[in-house]
Ligand binder design. Structure first.
Ligand code: GLC
Length: 736
């Protein structure tokens, strides 16, 4: 039977109960298998958080025992590898992999992840996140591709193509999910799921572009955001779901809500009085599949049977869902096959090493790096809470943070921490590695009050210790680290945060490193031993004091299985760091928002007590060579930038050429510059290449108060260079 008739015919045979079930996604981790089986017999549309034999049983029940035998689909959060499976390949987080600015790498990571997910039989991953992290207080910063709409759109589209391949029915293709629609990370105060005070003009200008690229890349599903736009929850936001997404972007897949957001309309956002109203609103607003709000089932049936909700809303939602199920060829292949034996295989692990290497960002280096023979380095002290903590290195959305029932929470090999990576290389160089924990990440409560100096602080600790009070347990660790470092020629200090300081519900009001980490750095800096600080964190932290006391700074974010290996290889110069920041680092927390593409108009452009410049800028990153730019040209007819890049150093390296555009005068305010293109180029020492980057028309457009996007004739500044900082950029001014 032709596909279109097949679906229409099927819908015509479905009861309202079966349509309501098809719109439901049941969390097996919550209801358990007994109840899940009942839902399967009712013909439920989807399950999440179930793997292995339980998943296979539910698939069989839906496909063989439900009345119409409509196969179900299984979703999982495989967002930087199939991380909820303890044997799977765990890549750097999205924020870390974004440091590579490498679309091919991101697509490869997604393809491998899809293969491993499909090998479990699963057909759908809730990835990529296309939210922008413009306020790093937000707990979910690590899940994004950073602060910029262009970079996020480019990497997001690459990821979607990696997941979905050319044909959704392929054995290794899985549905991607563009999430969370829309402007979720822009909530006031960086507060997860809170309201985003924003106009639809701003939504179109800043937050829609990555999602448009997702639709253009053929993404099969979208997920709505927990939050609200100017007081209207996304779950109830017809203008966003039907207007922007369906009518304007032409999205033809299906929309799933985020976790239990239909209940949130009642009990958190308080825009609906009960389940009947919430279910009616959710269906009418354009949500096709309802995640985890099981009350939706009875409520929506009740509303249709009472004539309060037209059944056509259910028909439309079910049609969106069944259309994607048909593109999966689900009736022939109720579960994905993948590639048996591929989960955690050598080639996948090698890709994780490659990704970790390209994610390392060198932010400061006074010449102490790379550690070379003959620099009289005989003993290295590796210190700090994140030097040997694989949980901190993995970050969010792994089998530690989101364990699927029955899956181990203990760390599974293979992985390489910073300490292990340092030992692996140092052993071959006859360099001794010594290790000390230094302090924990969490115990801020022991650091009571503001001591004038560390000695005063330490004095107080000894007093407290002598009284055997509980005030201060960290001091011995810090002292032990200092004693050990005193006998070494170099310190590698790994600080940052850990996964209970990141993710949903874990927003932060203070971005300075927590616990005693700053005290540890101050104590170590009094030793006057060269110190390399490595940041293993889920987000930009306020490192101002630490950077000032460090001879070199490496940002590793959450580098995945082999993050420690990549950092060690960078320290010893086995790799030449090539990462560039996808997000700005603030000088102090109060400087947020500090993203690079600010609007003009700030009186004096600075605070009285802080610079307006970030500590580290979007696009910034050093290497063991340096690059010079020359001969910037812009072809108005083809809108193509060309610029020559020369490697002026002594070793081969990869430079990420960045192109920014500023609309000099526009009828609405536009950012001082916006990223409009980038290209990675590998250059031998002394080699020059001319790079050509074609710009999209959108790079020259503005969104007017009437919400239309237009290109206004006038002058445009075109920048090309090494980072978003003016001092790193060449500029030409053109009139279009
Ligand atoms: C979570 C997250 C979303 C995830 C979903 C399923 O709460 O907000 O990103 O895909 O629920 O786990």
């Amino acid at each position: 039977m032709p596909k279109k008739n097949f679906i229409d015919d099927l819908i015509s045979r479905m009861t309202v109960e079966e349509k309501a079930a098809q719109m439901l996604q049941v969390p097996v981790s919550v209801v358990g298998m007994d109840e899940a089986r009942k839902w399967a017999r009712l013909g439920v549309g989807s399950f999440l958080n179930v793997l292995g034999e339980d998943m296979e049983e539910l698939a069989r029940i839906c496909a063989e025992e439900s009345r119409l035998k409509i196969p179900t689909i299984f979703g999982i959060d495989a967002v930087h590898g199939h991380c909820l499976n303890k044997d799977a390949t765990i890549f750097p987080s999205q924020l870390a992999m974004a440091c590579s600015w490498n679309k091919d790498l991101v697509r490869k990571i997604a393809k491998i992840t899809a293969t491993e997910v499909a090998t479990e039989g699963i057909q759908w991953t809730f990835s990529p996140i296309l939210c922008l992290a413009r306020d790093p207080r937000w707990g979910r910063t690590n899940e994004t591709f950073g602060e910029d709409k262009f970079l996020s759109g480019e990497l997001g589209a690459a990821m979607i193509k990696g997941y979905q391949g050319e044909d959704l029915s392929d054995d290794t293709a899985v549905l991607a999910c563009a999430k969370h629609f829309i402007a979720y990370g822009e909530a006031t105060g960086g507060r997860d799921s809170y309201d985003t005070e924003i106009t639809m003009r701003k939504v179109r200008d800043e937050f829609l572009p990555p999602f448009k690229k997702a639709v253009d890349a053929g993404v099969a599903t979208f997920m709505t955001a927990y939050g609200s736009l100017d007081g209207v929850p996304l779950t109830a936001n017809e203008k966003a779901l039907r207007g922007l997404l369906r009518e304007e972007l032409g999205f033809d897949g299906f929309v799933v809500t985020d976790w239990d957001t239909v209940n949130a309309l009642i009990n958190r956002q308080k825009v609906c009085a009960d389940h009947k109203e919430a279910s009616r609103v959710a269906a009418k607003s354009g949500n096709d599949m309802i995640m985890a709000t099981l009350e939706f089932y009875k409520a929506v049936i009740d509303q249709v049977k009472k004539g309060k909700l037209d059944e056509s809303y259910l028909d439309e939602a079910v049609k969106h869902i069944l259309t994607i199920k048909l593109r999966l060829n689900l009736w022939e292949k109720p579960l994905k096959k993948g590639i048996p034996g591929s989960i955690g295989c050598r080639s996948h692990l090698n890709a994780a090493v490659e990704a970790a290497r390209e994610s390392v960002v060198l932010l400061k280096n006074n010449g102490v790096l790379p550690v070379r023979k003959g620099k009289k380095i005989r003993r290295i002290a590796v210190i700090g809470p994140n030097a040997d903590d694989i949980r901190a290195q993995y970050g969010d959305w792994t089998y530690f943070t989101h364990p699927v029932p029955g899956i181990e929470k203990e760390p599974q090999r293979p992985y390489v921490t910073i300490l292990e990576g340092m030992r692996d290389i140092a052993d071959h160089k006859g360099i001794e590695i010594r290790y000390s924990y230094g302090c924990s990440v969490n115990r801020r409560e022991y650091y009571k009050g503001n001591f004038e100096s560390i000695p005063a602080f330490m004095e107080q600790c000894y007093i407290d210790n002598s009284r055997k009070t509980d005030t201060y347990k960290e001091m011995p660790f810090i002292n032990e680290a200092a004693s050990l470092a005193r006998e070494c020629d170099l310190i590698v200090l790994a600080i940052g945060d850990n996964y209970n300081q990141a993710g949903e519900y874990n927003d932060r009001a203070e971005l300075r490193p927590s616990g005693m980490q700053e005290a540890l750095v101050r104590v170590l800096s009094t030793l006057h031993i060269p110190m390399i600080t490595v940041v293993v964190a889920s987000k930009p932290l306020v490192l101002t004091d630490i950077v000032e006391k460090s001879d070199a700074v490496i940002c590793a974010f959450n580098g995945g299985m082999f993050g420690g290996q990549a950092v060690a290889e960078a320290i010893f110069g086995k790799i030449n760091p090539q990462g560039r920041l996808p997000i700005s680092f603030p000088v102090v927390t109060g400087q947020v928002p500090v993203y690079y593409n600010q609007l003009p108009g700030w009186h004096e452009g600075r605070y009285v007590d802080c610079t307006e410049e970030p500590l580290f800028a979007f696009g910034e990153g050093l290497s063991y060579t340096w690059y010079e730019y020359s001969d910037l040209k812009f072809n108005k007819r083809t809108k193509t930038v060309s610029v020559t890049v020369t490697n002026n150093g002594k070793r081969r390296g990869v430079e990420t050429v960045q192109v920014y555009v500023n609309d000099v005068v526009s009828s609405v305010m536009t950012a001082v510059k916006n990223l409009a293109g980038f290209e990675r180029v590998e250059l031998d020492a002394g080699e020059s290449k001319t790079v050509k980057i074609k710009l999209e028309d959108e790079a020259f457009s503005v969104v007017l108060p009437d919400e239309t996007r237009v290109i206004e004739p006038g002058q445009f500044e075109i920048f090309a260079g090494h980072s978003s900082k003016d001092e790193d950029l060449l500029k030409v001014t053109v009139t279009l």
